[in-house]
Design a protein around this ligand. Structure first.
Ligand code: DON
Length: 565
């Protein structure tokens, strides 16, 4: 009998290898037949899967996960921030929903500069003025109304329950709150929520948020108006007035979610759909893939000096373009078609030689000369084939660190994503220019890259990541790992990554990402090696459409959870 099993196994594995499968058979990721939710928090993923099991579609589940994360994952989950949602419906429609924060009407270009013109990062990164007008509640409810099937009460009740009854704090959240207590301590409203009279919460302690439950109930009862008008809006604006903030009742009432055309690209025979401006993510991702399509890598070249060198050179050109050409396309003419064209990518590819080009000698291209921990991502797939990819943020971990008094939620510090002063780096070291200058009502440029990869017009990959400026290169490498190097989804997500963003001229890498001889080779090619750091936290789903299997992976770099059924 044993021998029989043994031989059957051999026969089976030969069968697998002889099938020339589209992608490697995953070893370990969670599998499911019907639906899947992957998010940065276990309770939120469980809420999402319950919605799917009760017959909700992927959009219903995504909205429920969004509200749940606002309760159970306060470092990044939010109602005081903004984000982006990419949907691919079962009928083949692709949709981009932009619920990015906007600058208040009273915002001015130089609001974060002192009288000598020096940039004041403390002002743009912490406290009352760092916050843009939040978009999350508007965006989630927009998606629910237009593409969901359930009522607000069905998708928001789990979040309300967890805020009211509380939940045991997981290790990672208890720790990150503890390490942020110093920052919170400038704001009594934040200490009230995130400490027990000044003392840190411990792992496993029950964390209740009655003020937040009140706000979620207002949203349940009054929809968008429950947040952007009425009692909650008044709480937000009272605090703004008291502390010298700029957000007014009109700013809140005027907030609008915008549905946009997705940006589209292709890599080999895969189609990429991702987020257009006000994120730079989709454009930059497609530009990178277009450039890299001009090179061919063998499977055993992963991690080699040649592969890393080519990635890094492509990244430098793309981030140079980002700094000049990308901003809110409702305010600035972003040349999306040119940036994402194969022809422009070919021109860049032709410039990539065997040695490193110093960032100082790379400049953004010009369309005129062209002939022609903290953000969070979650991915959802349902039994009918709807796919949803959402990245949402309050920018830094715990955003502005400022909780709205009486409302129990944190305001974002997204204003720091604007380019406050040309060529002066923000917290992610990103520089920008006119395209991303502060203007009233404008959306600050993002790097978030919620993405869906299609194969034969059906969802193949749903993925995204936090990580500020590194989000784009993180998503890129996971896609390449799968399509170019035939890794299974778990290996693709777990493998070490590198990052370069043109300025500073430094190649960042993860532990075990670059071996000593590769580092030496890269140095001899002229690359400047930066420090080791963690790059991204990917939450991904891969669908084997032929065999109807859904695979999910939550990044080992985070503490998320895959739920499938
Ligand atoms: O929108 C952006 O690009 C940034 N505000 C994202 C911030 C982020 O990912 C922080 N997480 N580590």
């Amino acid at each position: 009998m044993r021998r029989l099993i043994f031989f059957s196994l051999i026969l089976f594995s030969n069968f697998i290898y002889s099938q020339n499968l589209l992608f490697a058979e995953p070893r370990n990721p969670i599998r499911a037949k019907n639906g899947m939710v992957v998010s940065a928090n276990e309770l939120a993923s469980k809420v999402g899967i319950q919605i799917l099991k009760r017959g909700g579609n992927a959009i219903d589940a995504a909205v429920a996960v969004g509200f749940a994360l606002a309760v159970t994952y306060p470092v990044a989950g939010n109602i005081g921030g903004g984000g982006f949602m990419i949907i691919h419906t079962k009928d083949g429609k692709s949709i981009a929903i932009d619920f990015r924060e906007v600058a208040p009407a009273a915002a001015t270009r130089n609001m974060f500069l002192d009288s000598d013109g020096n940039f004041l990062p403390d002002l743009s990164q912490v406290g009352i003025k760092s916050a843009g007008v939040p978009g999350s509640v508007s965006g989630l409810l927009y998606a629910l109304k237009k593409y969901g099937t359930m009522k607000i009460e069905d998708v928001i009740q789990p979040a309300i329950n967890m805020a009211e009854i509380g939940f045991p704090l997981p290790y990672s959240t208890a720790n990150s709150i503890k390490y942020t207590l110093d920052d919170f301590s400038q704001f009594p409203s934040s200490m009230k929520i995130f400490s027990k009279n000044g003392e840190a919460y411990q792992e496993g302690e029950i964390f209740k948020q009655p003020d937040l439950a009140f706000v979620l109930n207002e949203i349940k009862n009054f929809g968008v108006d429950g947040f952007y008008k009425g009692k909650v809006a008044e709480l937000i604006v009272d605090q703004q007035n008291k502390m010298g903030g700029l957000i007014t009742l009109d700013d809140l009432a005027n907030y609008k979610t915008i549905e946009r055309e997705v940006v589209r690209g292709s890599y080999n025979n895969f189609e990429i759909i991702s987020m257009p401006p006000s994120s730079s993510g989709g454009v930059a991702l497609i530009q990178l893939l277009n450039i890299l399509e001009n090179f061919s890598f063998k499977e055993n070249e992963w991690g080699s000096s040649n592969y890393i060198h080519t990635l890094v050179e492509a990244m430098k050109y793309v981030y140079a373009d980002r700094a000049v050409h990308l901003g809110d396309s409702d305010f600035y003419n972003v040349p999306i078609d040119w940036l994402t064209s194969k022809a422009y990518a070919k021109k860049i590819a032709d410039k990539i030689k065997n040695s490193a080009t110093p960032s100082d000698s790379i400049f953004a291209g010009s369309p005129d000369s062209f002939e022609g921990e903290n953000t969070t991502h979650y991915s959802v797939y349902d039994k009918d084939g709807n796919a949803v990819s959402v990245t949402t943020t309050i920018n830094s971990g715990y955003g502005s660190k400022l909780v709205v008094e009486g409302a129990g939620f944190l305001l974002n510090n997204e204003m720091d994503d604007f380019s406050s002063k040309p060529n002066t780096p923000n917290q992610f070291g990103l520089i920008g220019s006119e395209a991303n200058s502060i203007e009233p009502g404008k959306r600050m440029l993002s790097s978030m890259t919620p993405t869906i990869v299609l194969h034969n017009e059906k969802p193949f990959l749903i993925l995204g990541s936090p990580g500020g400026s590194t989000i784009i290169t993180v998503v890129l490498q996971v896609i390449l790992n799968i399509i170019e190097f035939n890794m299974d989804i778990e290996q693709a997500v777990y493998s070490p990554r590198i990052h370069h963003q043109w300025k500073p001229d430094k190649l960042y890498f993860e532990k075990f990402g670059l071996s000593k001889d590769v580092i030496e080779n890269l140095k001899s090619m002229g690359h400047i090696i930066g420090n080791e750091r963690v790059l991204g936290i990917v939450e991904a789903i891969m669908i084997d459409q032929k065999n109807k299997i859904i695979f999910g992976v939550t990044d080992k770099r985070g503490a998320g959870k895959v739920e499938g059924y």
